[in-house]
Design a binder for this molecule. Sequence first.
Ligand code: TC6
Length: 675
Amino acid sequence: MTSPITTTRQGDVLIITSDNPPVNALGAAVRQGIQAGIQEAKGDDGIKAVVITCAGKTFFAGADITEFGKPMQEPSLPVLVDEIEALDKPVIAAVHGTALGGGCEVALASHYRIAVPSAKFGLPEVKLGILPGAGGTQRMPRVAGVETALEMATKGDPISAEQAKAAGLVDRLATEGNLLADAVAFAQEVIGKPVSRSSERPVTVDPAVFEGFRAKNAKRFRGMDAPNTIMDLIEQTAGKPYAEGVQAERMGFMKLIMGTQSAALRHIFFAERKAAKIDGIAEDIALRDIKRVGVIGAGTMGGGISMNFLSAGIPVTIVEMAQDALDRGTGVMRKNYEATAAKGRMTAEQVEGAMGLLNPTLDFGALGECDLIIEAVYENMDVKKEIFGKLDQVAKPGAILASNTSYLNIDEIAAATSRPQDVLGLHFFSPANVMKLLEIVRGAKTADDVLATAMAVSKKIRKVAVIAGVCYGFIGNRMLMPRQVEANKMLLEGATPEQIDKVHVAFGMPMGPFQMADLAGVDIGWHRDPNRIENIRDALAAEGRWGQKKNAGFYDYDEKRSPSNSPRVAELIAEWREKLGVPQHEITEEEIVVRTLYTMVNEGALILAEKMAQRASDIDVVWVYGYGWPPYRGGPMFWADTEGLKKIVEGLEKYGFEVAPLLREKAEKGEKFNK
Ligand code: TC6
C-alpha cells in the first residue's frame, strides 16, 4: 500500500506532506509516514529544517476517530509528537484549513507555526468526550497561555489564524495560496538557530483564573466528565515538570476514552454524518438548482426560516397577506440580525447584506420565480391545502414545494397539487434561525432528487437534517407525546411539576416537561374556550397562567423570570385529583424515568419498525439537535442501549406499558438499537 506521506526537498529543507483525504486524519499510516520523515531528517546532515504540511482541503483534522477502541498501532500520537519536538533541527508546521485535535497537537509540538489567514486552530476533543491526549493540555498553556488553553480545550470551538497569532500560537501568517513557499522561506530563516520546544517553556498560573473560569462555566459543564478533567490537567501545568503533567494527561485520556460519555459523543459525531445519507438514493444523483427561496408567512417561523437562507447568501421572497404583518415580520428579522451584530457576531455590512437579499411582498405570484418554496402558516390542514393548490398554479415547473408543518400529513398536502413528486416536509424547530435540527419529511410520492436537494440545501444553511416518514408528529414530536401524557398523569397521581422536572434536569436536559411548557406557552393548542376545561393545562390557560410570558404557568415567576413553586397550581392539581378520583401514590424517581424516558424509547422502537426513521442513530440526532437531549448520553436509542434493553422492557412492563415488538425482540436477542 502506498503511504499517504511523501517527503521532498527544497534545498536543505525537507518537506513532509500528508495526503490522506478527506480530512488528513492522523491514522496509523500517516503517523508512520511522519515518523519516517522525521527519521530521514535526523539521519541526513544535508537536511537543516523540516516543514510539515498537508495536501487537500485541510491540515490534520485530528486523530482518526475510527481507530478509537481498536488496538493502537505504533507509533501512537503522543510518541510521534514527542519525536517531532525532540528533533534538533527546526520543524515548521504549515497550516491551512483546520488544525484540529491531534492536528493542533502536531502543530504545537513543531518548533514554529505558520498559517494562512483562513486557517483555524482548535482542540475539539472535548466534544467527543475526551481530552487533547498528545500533550495538548500541557503544551497549549505553555504556548498560548492558560486562558486560551482553557477556552479552547474545554469548549472545543476553533479560533481563527488571526486570533491564534494574537495568542502566540501562530508565529507568522502566510499569504493565502502561497503557504508552502512562505513556510520554506520561514524555515530557511531559522536554520541554525537553537530550537524552541513548547514543552520546555515556562507557564504561569494564577489560581484566581481557574476559580473564575470554573464558576463562570459551572452550568455549561454540568454532568460532563471531560471539561472537568481538562481543567484539572491545565491547572497542573503550574509548578510541575512537563513530564509529570503529560503522564497525568495520559491517565485522564485513557479513563475518558473508556467511559460511556465518550462513546455517546463519538456515536453522535458519526450519527450526524450518517443522517445525511439517504437510503436507496445514489450519492451522485443530479440535484435541482436552488437560487431563490420563497417563504409563505412572515410570523416567527417564517421569519426564522428566511434568516437561514439570507445568512447563507440565498435570496428570499417572503409573502404575507397584509402589509402590517409583513412589516412586523421583516422588522423582527432585522432586530434579530442587529442583536447578533451587537454581540459582535456580525458586522453592520453583513446585516445589510442579508436584509438586502430579502424581497418582502404581498404578491403571491412573486413565488413564481422561486426554486424552493416553504409554507410556514399556522397548523390547519384546510388552509395548507388551499395554499398548496394556489402554489401549484404559480410555482415554476420543477420548483420544490415544502410545508413546515410539525404534525400534519404531507401526502394529503401533496395531493392538493398536480405534482406530489415535488412536495415534501421541511420541519424547522423554533427559533428556526438558531436550532440546528431539520426534519425532512419524505412523502409517499416525493421524488428522490427532491429529497437529495433538500438534504444538500440543509447543509448549506448549516442544519443537521434527518429524513422522517409521514406520521403524526414525525420523529421528534411523536416521541414527545408519551412523555407529556405520562408527566401530566403523574401530576394527578401525586407528583409535583418540580419533582418531574428535577429528574429531567438531573438527567442532563436543559429543562423538564413543565419548565418547557412554561417557556413555549401553556396556551399553545388551547381552544380558548373558558367554559371547556378538560384538564389541568386548560385550567391554567383559562386563568391566564400562560407560562413565562405571563410570569405564571406551572410555576410562579419573579421579575427576573426565576421560577418558584406555585401554591395556586398545587390547589388546581388537588382539585383535579379529587374531581377525577385519581388514587394517590408516592411517585419515585424510577417511576418518572420509566414513564417519561423509557416510554420515549418505546415510541422510538415503533417509529423504527414502521420505517418512519431510517436508522436508530437518526432518532438520536433528532433528540440531541432538536430537543436538548444531553449529547453525552448519545440520544434516547443510544442511551437505551447503554441502560440495557432488557432493563427498559422490564421497566415498561412494571408500569403496565405495552412494549413495542421491536424493542422486545432486540432485548430478547441481546441486541442493541445502535450496532
Ligand atoms: C483527537 O484528535 C484526539 C487526539 C488525542 C490522541 C491521543 N477521524 O465533517 P465532514 C470523516 S480526536 C476520522 O462531513 P466537513 C467524517 O466522518 C479528533 N474520520 O467534512 C466524514 O466521513 P464520511 C479531533 C473523520 O468538511 C468525512 O471525514 N478532531 C474525522 O464538513 C468528512 O467529514 C475532530 O474532532 C476524524 N478525525 O468538516 C475533528 N474527521 O464522508 C472532527 C472527519 O464517510 N472533524 N472524518 O461521512 C470535523 O470537525 C470535520 O470533519 C471537519 C471537516 C471540520 C474537519
